[in-house]
Write a protein that binds this ligand. Structure first.
Ligand code: ATP
Ligand code: MG
Length: 385
């Protein structure tokens, strides 16, 4: 990559991707693909530069807007807006001088330097020493602790990058790098947060929503689509399956207090069918142990009886308040608290808290769960977002 002295670049760091040894290239290519998708419509060029990606904003494009979008791409550990200098000591000093002279000027500064290319005729210590002198001359006190700003210099073979601000990325792994998961999504607060954590670990989401409407189209027009479009800000492509609950409901009402745990068992069976079709390896739910009367360990064990795929519950250890804080951060909270006729809230107000596995097996047999699941699956529609 050719760099122009003094030009601004957005530097994307991968973080955890470093741990992936031989598969690193695969992860980085996926990350590049995801970045391009996320920035569709923006003018930029993207290139790999050793242990990072360098993004050059096109003329007239807004670097801050690009950075805001990049902060929603999983697999990025940090984002920097940098100025480029030639990998020569005096060039680095003059670029630093220009940056440090910018207003508002800091009173104190910490200077960090790192060389990923070791064959240069100067060391990191040389850089730090020279820049300390430069800062001093400008009246900025070099301070290793309790500094106002940090100037980081990172030198590769082709260029030195100077940056005064380093922003945290979303972390995690590129979406798609861990395969796919079927995510049981409701209109509530929790499951969108669970979906976010699933994406964070590199899972591409295939959403599954069981609705209480007569017609799938009504569900497609509901707030659920808005919730999914909010989640799509973190990964633009996903599929959503809409499944009516009436076949299940027509057969389950006689089980009274067990209806809710049976409904979960039903949803997991549908999820397995969708997983087969979509080649997904996991199922994800927004359950959190003990959060509500129905989410007990015995109910969870009962509902996933006979399910072969792993059922992941990313919110397992979270308190409700922590989940709410995350939902606000992700941006789904406002939509999640709007009224919605969710199947779970229609089903028994006073659910069974303790379900014996043997009883569950008998009930699933009586209800004819496989048939119900197949018939419901045949009524599904899929929408791409
Ligand atoms: P949420 O806020 O996600 O709705 P909740 O605390 O209301 O969770 P439940 O209603 O018991 O708890 O749902 C537990 C999980 O079951 C949800 O997080 C979701 O993964 C799944 N689920 C609930 N309702 C539906 C639905 N209508 N369609 C698909 N999955 C659902
Ligand atoms: Mg719910």
């Amino acid at each position: 990559m050719e760099f122009k002295q003094g030009e601004e670049l957005i530097i994307v760091h991968f973080g955890e991707l470093w741990l992936k040894g031989g598969n690193r290239d695969y992860y980085i290519r996926l990350l590049e693909r995801n970045i391009r998708e996320q920035l569709a419509g923006e003018d930029f060029s993207l290139q790999r530069n050793f242990d990072r990606l360098a993004l050059r904003p096109g003329k007239g494009s807004d670097a801050d807007k690009i950075i805001a979008k990049l902060k929603k791409v999983f697999g990025i550990s940090a984002i920097e807006l940098s100025v480029v200098a030639k990998p020569e000591l005096d060039e680095i000093v003059s670029a630093a001088k220009k940056m440090l002279s910018r207003r508002p000027r800091a009173a104190s500064i910490r200077i960090d330097s790192h060389r990923s290319y070791k064959q240069l005729p100067f060391t990191s210590v040389d850089i730090v020493d020279s820049l300390k002198k430069t800062a001093d001359k400008l009246g900025i006190e070099p301070k290793p602790k309790e500094y106002e700003r940090k100037l980081s210099i990172s030198v590769t073979k082709d260029a030195a990058f100077l940056t005064l601000n380093r922003e945290r990325g979303a972390g995690g792994l590129p979406v798609g790098s861990s395969g796919k998961a079927v995510i049981l999504i409701s209109g509530g607060i929790d499951s969108p947060v669970a979906a976010w954590y699933a994406m964070k670990r590199g899972l591409e989401p295939v959403y599954l929503h069981v609705h209480a409407f007569r017609d799938n189209r009504e569900a497609e027009r509901s707030k659920l689509s808005i919730i999914i479009s909010k989640l799509a800000e973190f990964h633009p492509h996903s599929k959503t399956y809409f499944i009516p609950s009436y076949v299940f409901q027509a057969n389950s009402s006689r089980f009274g207090k067990y209806e809710l745990v049976l409904l979960k068992a039903f949803m997991l069976r549908i999820a397995e069918k969708v997983a087969l079709r979509e080649e997904a390896d996991m199922i994800v739910t927004g359950e959190s142990l003990g959060q509500v009367a129905s989410q007990t360990s015995s109910n969870m064990a009962a509902e996933q009886q006979g399910i072969r795929l792993p059922v992941m519950r990313p919110l397992f250890g979270f308190d409700k308040e922590e989940i709410i804080a995350m939902a606000k951060k992700i941006g789904t909270f406002e939509e999640s608290i709007k009224p919605y006729r969710d199947v779970c809230s229609i089903n028994s107000r006073n659910p069974k808290t303790e379900t014996r596995r043997g009883d569950m097996k008998t009930m699933l047999g009586k209800i004819g769960i496989s048939k119900i699941a197949s018939r419901s699956m045949a009524l599904s529609t899929m929408r791409e977002f």
